[in-house]
Structures are given as structure tokens and as C-alpha cells.
Design a protein. Structure first.
Length: 253
């Protein structure tokens, strides 16, 4: 098996190292990752300056671009052959609910999928500051999940799996739960500050998060209950229910 790894925390991230260690037990690993932090860059593509991949070891490149750039470059230029899977992460912090719309980790997996390669995004759903120590404890969890998802009898078409690992010791994990995206509410995520010249500036991030639903099948609830959460995602944002009920609200032109 040939595996392409990327992430959005940058090539030096401990989460990527944890993913590499697990993936190496499954097959031949290629890493193409951003040369710096690219969290919350979503699915952005660098179009206004060129990208320079730097090969830093065998089967390992860093790129001065976004996670999406990395996967595109890997699949269309750097890898000698197509990988069987694109794996992204392990992100330092959760990617649940609406997070997936901002996440560079999930976007890297989406880009793999958009280019026809089955993909899995993995995130450590705990505090970013504590991610380092606990991530190492989850080497076995990560390997087990990867083994399972890459050997499904039929990896579903047009699907990526979004995996979140609960922020508890590996031996406390209750199991794996198939979930749907929850809905989160951010508050105080904008902090007003003053620059060195006394002008107002704003820093996005931090604040607190609450969840609008606690349905048992949501990603958030699975993590809360100590389970690994696995959410199947697809790229089609069409609101099918609304479309199916068009006769109730749509007036033909
Ligand atoms: Mn990140």
C-alpha cells in the first residue's frame, strides 16, 4: 500500500510524526506537507505566486503552500505513482461540526478525494497545548483506525472519513462510533487588542465553544463519551432535503 501524508500544522508537527509512525506499519509512506503552520486555511489554493517543493529526505517534501497545494503537488507532480490513500493530520485540536469548513486538515483530505484518491482526515480532539504528550500515547489507536479504514470491504465512493480521537488516555477509549457532524457555537472568538502604535487590532481565535445539540450520533457527543468519532463526509454541499421538498417553497419561473 502507498500512502500520501499531509497536514495543516506544518511538517514539523508532532501529530504528523505520530501519523507517520502508524502509517509506516501499513505501507510505503510519502510526506508532502506545508513548511509552516497552515491551520484554518480551509481549501485555499495558492494561485498568485509559484510553489517551491523542497525534498528534505527520501519520499519527504516540504512546500511553501497550503495543505491543498501540498496534496495537489504530490498527486500531480512529486509522487512517482498514485497513492492508495491520502491521510491528513493528526491535527493538533478537534475538527468537528462546522470546524470541517475551516480546517486545512480536512481540506487536504478533500483535495485527495477531489483528485480521485480515497482520503482520511485525523484530528486529536483535545487542547492544542496538550496535544503533544497525549498524541504519542495514541500511536496504537491511530494505527488501529487506519488499519480498519484502509481495509474496509468497500471504501465508499466519493467519501472521506473525518476521524477525531478523544483527549483521554488510550486505554480509556470506549470504542469507535460512526457519527454525523454536530453543530457548534463559538463565543468571544474575537479579541480586540492594541498594536505598538496604539491602533486597534483584532485577533481571531481562542474564546470558548459550546454545542447546539447533544444527539448521541453527533461527533461531539462521541468524543464526550470517550469514543473515537468517525464521520463520513462528501464534497457535495447540495441541500438534498430542501431540493426534494421544492414543491413546498419553490415557485416555477
Ligand atoms: Mn491544524
Amino acid at each position: 500500500m502507498r500512502l500520501l501524508l499531509s497536514n495543516d500544522d506544518g511538517i514539523l508537527a508532532r501529530g504528523l510524526a505520530a501519523l507517520e509512525r502508524a502509517a509506516e506499519r501499513l505501507g510505503e509512506v510519502y510526506v508532502v506537507a506545508p513548511d509552516r503552520e497552515q491551520s484554518a486555511t480551509s481549501h485555499s489554493l495558492t494561485m498568485h505566486h509559484p510553489l517551491r517543493p523542497v525534498q528534505i529526505a527520501e519520499r519527504r517534501w516540504q512546500v511553501d503552500g497550503t495543505p491543498t497545494d501540498c496534496v495537489m503537488l504530490a498527486l500531480e507532480a512529486l509522487l512517482p505513482e498514485r497513492p492508495d490513500f491520502v491521510l491528513s493530520g493528526v491535527n493538533h485540536g478537534p475538527n468537528m461540526g462546522e470546524d470541517v469548513l475551516y480546517s486545512g486538515t480536512v481540506a487536504a483530505a478533500m483535495e485527495g478525494l477531489a483528485l480521485g484518491v480515497p482520503a482520511i482526515a485525523l484530528s486529536y480532539a483535545g487542547s492544542v497545548l496538550r496535544a503533544d504528550a497525549l498524541l504519542d500515547d495514541h500511536a496504537g489507536t491511530i494505527e488501529q483506525i487506519l488499519r480498519h479504514l484502509t481495509s474496509l470491504p468497500a471504501f465508499p465512493e466519493h467519501t472521506l472519513f473525518n476521524v477525531n480521537i478523544p483527549p483521554i488516555a488510550a486505554d480509556q477509549v470506549q470504542g469507535v462510533r460512526l457519527t454525523r457532524l454536530g453543530r457548534r457555537a463559538y463565543s468571544d472568538s474575537l479579541t480586540k487588542m492594541t498594536d505598538p502604535w496604539g491602533r486597534p487590532i483584532y485577533w481571531i481565535g481562542g474564546g470558548s465553544v459550546s454545542w447546539k445539540d447533544s444527539a448521541i450520533d453527533s461527533d461531539f457527543q462521541a468524543i464526550n463519551d470517550g469514543f473515537v468519532s468517525v464521520t463520513p463526509l462528501h464534497l457535495d454541499l447540495t441541500h438534498r432535503d430542501i431540493l426534494d421538498r421544492a414543491e413546498q417553497w419553490w415557485r416555477p419561473l
